[in-house]
Design a protein around this ligand. Sequence first.
Ligand code: PGA
Length: 249
Amino acid sequence: MRRPFIAANWKMHKTISETREFLSGFVPEVKDLSDVDIVIAPPFTSLAAVAEDVKGTDIMVAAQNMFYEEKGAYTGEISPLMLVDIGCRYVIIGHSERRQHFLETDDIVNKKINAAQKAGLGVIMCVGESLGEREAGGTFDVLLREIAKGLDGVSPLDLVVAYEPIWAIGTGRTATPEQAQEVHAYLRERLRVLYGNKADELCIIYGGSVTPDNVDSLMACKDVDGALVGGASLKAESFRRIVKFRKEQ
Ligand code: PGA
């Protein structure tokens, strides 16, 4: 049995005081849930506040990005060791917004994942096709490339794969449960090629306009093991309902 894995990706939102306000309404309501892994990925500037305010609970802290070198003359960058030091358990790598706006290639994604694992961080690796790629029938080709290149030399330990169709991110246009299940089953097949039976233990989570209204039907899919939530994770009440998905059915 895979344990559901629900992560908040706050992107470039929330100051430290806004972070603390969210946590004061969120942590007390979910800290005793024992049947779901909850992860919060705030901006770098709020990592320390989240790490401090979730202390003593099972809620985990994630960063949204990192550089792959341990240290050095890389102005503006953050290393995996720094993330471990501040209390991160996970890091998101290869989000489509990083690939698109910051020109991250599969090779960079691969270097980052390997460096994160070396430092002991769990990795949430994002993959997904654009609308044009889907309409041209290229969805599986894109995913095959992203998985094969991105996971070269990578261990399955603490690895989470997030299927994030780019056309569903921040658009309010969610993949249907059927579309999500089809891709998640394909991804699990690819992971089986790399990791054998271990693939059945890995969480493949869905991201792209997940809300309290659609989380239950997505989570009902056999191979959807969790969610990576952007917009709907910014309000404590909304994210709380998402992490409590099963109880709300
Ligand atoms: P969204 O973002 O939930 O706002 O669509 C998801 C993501 O980009 O991780």
